[in-house]
Design a protein around this ligand. Structure first.
Ligand SMILES: [Cu+2]
Length: 492
């Protein structure tokens, strides 16, 4: 067909037909916490092959168009179709300083993957830890909001069931993958594989961990970071780097298995006091017998001078001690807490409890050099024993591997300055140099209904500590464990 001006209409029709035939409009939902509403995000996917309508939320799955962990850790752009991010994790019992450490030393901070199966931790010889893919901390999930996350968890931990919980992740329509054994799933038995799948519906810094037994304390956790296109960050003007290896994943660490601390009938040495902390799976340990540090490498964060970096601190601890974090000569601008953007607050110390996440901006405006990062354990369970760890911030151009200033000691450590979320502060505004979590303001407009004077529902969860006497525990012809009345009702 010829038009009057001599051009053919066929190419136009063919182009339209081609577009209709090979692209499709999709959508997914994300949750906006401040407005407490779901938002639908539309996208156009140029490739509509292999659409499987039988699996809600997975637009393409036969054969699955899967993306690797490295492909999914990418800058997020508005309008881009979501990816289906595939992870394959094998959990097994493992050993620090094992045979692999004669072959290589792990070098990456990102934990997306590893080419070295050596786990050094703090240089103490610990057997019976549980690891995924022989990485420590466990492999990171770094995706964009709206991505589909699929994790095949293979359990080859001898004699152990396992389940994985995705801490901080909303799972509307995916609640069966929340990882609570006997509630949302049967735990994964030894030598079997379970497929977790969920949509990344809320942004921020989160983490995953075992929800079975005491496995989390034995090392089963790792970071989850869900990014957004930069224009959605209310604090976007404060930072110009959001690197894939700029997370500070802090774990508490026992030099024996968590089960060795399980109270009751099996051992005498009970208690949940950590021996040490680790930063991104690394650290050193001060041996009290000879007052010497182990020689394992500390975590190093490399930065360029004159830049503004977003860091994501994830408290992956399990045991009793809250922790505080300082960076020598640098303040930190808090911009998000537990995945929620907040109005910026400049502090010198960040205090956190297990499972809390704090995103902050670090300005590298100091002299080119190498600086200490200090992590100290608080409360009666850590302070008297001076449980702490160090890491290193290294500017490009510095020729020092370790800071020239003395290593900060527990008592005479880095100055606390302005403290975020101090332990046991009453937060009534009378303490100087303190900002409490209740003082933070959401960076986005907040739905007033959230602040209604009457809650929609009140739920009371009673919990308590049960003290037991040895005479109760070891009464002849009874087989009581430590927990007292609740389990006494059970046939054990
Ligand atoms: Cu959790």
């Amino acid at each position: 067909m010829q038009l009057l001006n001599g051009t053919s209409i066929f190419p136009i029709l063919m182009t339209l037909f081609h577009f209709v035939a090979t692209s499709h409009v999709g959508s997914y939902k994300v949750y906006i916490k401040s407005s407490s509403q779901w938002r639908t995000v539309n996208y156009t996917d140029p490739d509509d092959s292999d659409i499987d309508q039988s699996m809600p939320g997975i637009e393409k799955s036969i054969p699955p168009l899967l993306s690797s962990p490295e492909e999914c850790a990418r800058p997020c752009k508005t309008g881009d179709p979501p990816k289906t991010c595939y992870y394959q994790w094998t959990f097994e019992t493992y050993h620090t300083l094992g045979g692999a450490c004669e072959l290589c030393t792990p070098t990456t901070n990102t934990s997306l993957s590893s080419n070295c199966q050596c786990i050094l931790a703090d240089g103490a010889d610990v057997s019976g830890i549980i690891v995924a893919n022989r990485q420590f901390p466990g492999p990171a999930i770094q995706v964009c909001l709206g991505d589909m996350v699929i994790v095949d968890v293979k359990n080859i931990v001898p004699g152990n069931h396992l389940s994985i919980h995705w801490h901080g992740i909303y799972q509307k329509d995916w609640q069966h993958y929340d990882g609570v054994p006997f509630l949302t799933q049967c735990p994964i038995s030894e030598c079997s594989t379970f497929r977790y799948q969920w949509r990344a519906q809320n942004p921020g810094s989160h983490f995953w961990h075992a929800h079975s037994g005491l496995h989390k304390a034995d090392g089963v956790d790792g970071p989850i970071i869900i990014r957004e296109p930069p224009e959605f960050y209310p604090n976007r003007d404060l930072f110009n780097h959001d690197n894939f290896d700029n997370f500070i994943f802090i774990q508490d660490w026992l030099h024996n298995n968590a089960l060795d601390h399980f109270p009751g009938t099996s051992i005498n040495s009970i208690g949940q006091n950590p021996d040490n902390f680790l930063v991104n799976g690394r650290g050193q340990w001060l041996d009290p017998s000879n007052r010497k540090y182990t020689t394992t490498p500390l975590a190093i964060f490399n930065v360029k001078p004159g830049e503004r970096y977003r860091f994501r601190m994830i408290n992956g601890c399990t045991l009793l001690c809250p922790i505080e974090l300082q960076i020598e000569n640098h303040n930190m601008t808090i911009i998000a807490v537990d995945g929620v953007d907040v109005r910026p607050e400049i502090v010198n110390t960040i205090t956190s409890f297990a499972a809390e996440r704090v995103d902050f901006v670090l300005n590298t405006y100091e002299l080119i050099g190498t600086y200490w990062i200090q992590v100290r354990g608080l409360s009666d369970n850590c302070t008297p024993r001076s449980v702490q760890q160090h890491a290193i911030l290294r500017y490009e151009g510095s020729d020092l591997d370790e800071p020239s200033s003395p290593r900060p000691q527990f008592q005479s450590g880095l100055p606390r300055g302005k403290v975020f979320n101090p332990v046991n502060d009453v937060c009534d505004g009378t303490t100087a140099n303190v900002i409490c979590i209740k003082d933070l303001q959401n960076a986005n407009p907040v739905n007033d209904l959230i602040f209604g004077s009457q809650p929609d529902m009140q739920i009371y969860l009673p919990f308590f500590f049960h003290n037991y006497e040895r005479t109760d525990l070891f009464r002849p012809n009874t087989y009581q464990r430590f927990v007292g009345n609740f389990l006494q009702l059970l046939p054990i």
